[in-house]
Design a protein around this ligand. Sequence first.
Ligand code: Z5A
Length: 217
Amino acid sequence: MSQRGRFITLEGGEGVGKSTNLQFVVDWLRAQGRDVISTREPGGTPCAEAIRHLLLDPSPAEPLCVDAELLLMFAARAQHLAQKILPALEQGTWVVCDRFTDATYAYQGGGRGIASDRIATLEQFVQQDVQPDMTLLLDMPVEAASQRVASRLSRQGGERDRFERERGTFFNAVRRAYLERADQAPKRFAVIDASESLELVQVAIADALAKRVATWP
Ligand code: Z5A
């Protein structure tokens, strides 16, 4: 039987470079001979992507209450785990995921103000003992990350989603919540200074991956 795959997540506020660096992480792991898939949350399967659409819709049919937002995040996660993440890990495939439950603690906890113990109850219900083996937290000041998003939008077009329309105070609370999570689990998290050039960010990511992967059997 093949050895179980490893589960690596990328986290951080909007515009810090998660999507840009996801493929870099996948390529780095493949170069080490790993079988790897990439995915994202909310989303990753057709049903979970439909929930993502509902969650990000900038003009919902009615305002989404914070508890519904939280439950939809976990509904999408349950589907994603059952259909994609767990089957891959069980086959020995490594999974690299753009956001996971740390995002729920940061956005619904830090940003929306939902108590951590309520999130932890749902986490236990949906995930039981499933946790990422490693989390790369891309961290940088909110203002500079928001400027990156603005220049991407002016270059490529598109509109801001429901979360991207939040204010700086919301994103600063999200950033604080992420950094608290990283402080609480230093063995799982690697905090990367995402304000550097892409080249330097990727050197730091490769270094963090190499150090962590070397400790795994
Ligand atoms: N959400 C939640 O609330 N609760 C949850 O449990 C989960 C999610 C799982 C999903 O949107 C939303 O769902 C998210 C949180 C919420 N909302 N927000 N905000 P998403 O997954 O699409 O997340 P996003 O943060 O909005 O994606 P993003 O704006 O695309 O950010 P990014 O992926 O981190 O950044 P990027 O697209 O890779 O880079 C942004 C720009 O910067 C781009 O033009 C790059 O070329 C450029 N870039 C990247 N790195 C650099 C460096 N180093 N230097 C210069 N420029 C750079």
